[in-house]
Ligand binder design. Structure first.
Ligand code: TYD
Ligand code: MG
Length: 464
């Protein structure tokens, strides 16, 4: 009798089923189930990172107080942005997934980081590029390192043999989708292959205390190709964002067992690799001499860093029955909401106008404090009156047209001051008048004029 076991997997989310089903009960996608072989009997005795005494080990319960907390020594890379998104360096034995669209710079960044780590042995496993190609890229990056080893291989069995010989201090896998484990017979890149290969590296990382970076592709709709389960298996998920046509790339933490998930690294793709951007605000604002309408500067916070971002709006007469609303880098529904607020509270007729909104630099902004700048950019374009270029904004706009307080206002004001802005408009609830106590903050502290306002009408009157 055949000993081959198969199961059906949803290629979208990794849901496993014994029978074929038309619609995935987990992610509701249609026709995503594919039969995959999950166990090959003959492969049972192959070498892998399945520790032999794994089943013999007895796990006993232990009081948390009895566990001695090891002094966590993180491995610091020379890349400040990467250290930051990892929560302060690489944790030994951690497994990190880096996801991003093809061509965004994943291979470049991790080759670069591998080559810069001089005191440990780094093993870079590539299943996508040849040795020649990687050598060419390293030459382009102008980096060399004696402790950097390369392996172009896709079989996990061969990879672990090499790892046992080399004993690296860091393993980089480019990419997880190319790996193949002998324990599973389904094709390369299938859900069960990815899951099993990742599981082998997870065991390896935990047992040897070696950090592992897994590079993974994402599909067009932004999900990590193959299984969502991969995200559950790893300690940290970093996502590469940004438009390939712009030079800036954002490395965002989506999950981190060893640090904050609100972190963000900003890189610029240059002809000699990825360079960390230490002064993002200065680059994101195009400080033009002549003043143009439809531009407003927002003082936002991305991750834990204040960031000044330019918002551009264009409001034109609509030629079609249904006016157009087009956004890049901002939530379309949020724009519609702000337009409705302006329509209702200010009596502006945006209903007969086409509205285009763009966040400069190809960034995607989620911080609600950008609302006020978006609103002012819209009004500026509507009135065709430019906003003075030394003013910036930080405030969330509510449905009744009130300007709401935002968090960490001092950091925003300090950043605006640093960049030479003369005025910042914030919510009056951030700085309650006459109460410069613990909650509010003293305006005098800053070398910038802090203007507090409570309603959007006041802002309109002030600016136009
Ligand atoms: P790559 O790291 O191969 O992307 P991924 O691994 O995410 O698919 O990046 C490829 C792009 O980066 C490619 O379009 C060329 C560009 N690039 C530079 O602009 N400068 C460089 O120094 C390097 C090595 C690549
Ligand atoms: Mg690549």
């Amino acid at each position: 009798m055949s000993k081959v076991k198969t199961a059906f997997f949803c290629q979208n989310c990794g849901y496993e089923s014994v029978k074929w089903v038309g619609q995935c009960p987990s992610c509701m996608q249609w026709n995503t189930f594919v039969e995959e072989l999950i166990q090959k009997e003959s492969a049972k005795n192959n070498i892998s990172w399945k520790s032999t005494d794994f089943n013999k080990r007895i796990n006993k319960t232990i009081s948390l107080n009895e566990i001695v907390s090891g002094e966590e020594s993180r491995l610091l890379t020379s890349d400040i942005e990467l250290n930051r998104v990892l929560g302060g360096g690489i944790v030994p034995g951690s497994i990190v997934l880096i996801a991003g669209e093809p061509g965004i710079g994943k291979s470049t960044l991790f080759l670069q980081n591998g080559l810069s780590l001089k005191n440990i042995i780094v093993l870079y496993i590539s299943g996508e590029e040849s040795e020649q190609q990687i050598k060419m890229r390293a030459e382009r990056l102008n980096l060399s390192n004696e402790n950097f080893y390369l392996l172009t291989e896709t079989s996990t069995q061969v990879i672990f043999q090499e790892i046992k010989k080399l004993k690296p201090g860091l393993v980089i896998i480019d990419s997880i989708q190319t790996l193949q484990t002998p324990f599973i017979d389904s094709s390369q890149g299938s859900v069960s292959q990815i899951r099993e290969s990742a599981a082998e590296f997870q065991r390896f990382a935990k047992e040897t205390n070696t950090p592992v970076f897994l590079i993974g592709h994402i599909t067009k709709d932004g999900t990590i190709a193959g299984p969502k389960i991969l995200e559950h298996m790893v300690d940290t998920v970093l996502q590469f964002e940004g438009d390939r046509h712009y030079a800036y790339r954002i490395l965002r933490t989506l999950k981190n067992r060893f640090g904050s998930t609100a972190e963000l690294g900003i890189y610029e793709m240059t002809d000699t690799g990825m360079k960390g951007v230490t002064n993002p605000s200065e680059i994101l604002i195009t400080q033009k001499e002549d003043q143009l309408s439809g531009i407003a500067i927002a003082a936002t916070i991305e991750g834990t860093r204040p960031l000044l971002i330019e918002v551009q709006a264009l409001v034109t007469q609509s030629v079609y029955g249904t006016p157009q609303r087009t956004v890049t880098g901002f939530d379309l529904r949020r724009l519609q909401l702000l337009l409705a607020v302006l329509e209702k509270r200010g009596g502006f007729h945006f209903g007969i106008k086409d509205v285009f909104l763009n966040i400069a630099g190809g960034l995607k902004v989620e911080d609600p404090s950008i609302d006020l700048a978006v609103l002012c950019a819209l009004l500026s374009s509507y009135e065709d009156v430019a906003i003075e270029h030394h003013i910036c904004f930080a405030g969330e706009v509510g449905l009744s047209g009130e300007i709401r307080a935002v968090n960490r206002i001092e950091q925003r004001i300090a950043e605006a001051e640093k960049l030479g802005f003369e005025k910042i408009i914030v919510s009056k609830y951030n700085l309650p008048a006459g109460r410069h106590g613990q909650k509010g903050l003293a305006k005098q502290k800053f070398n910038i004029e802090v203007i507090t306002m409570g309603r959007v009408e006041e802002v309109y009157k002030y600016l136009f």
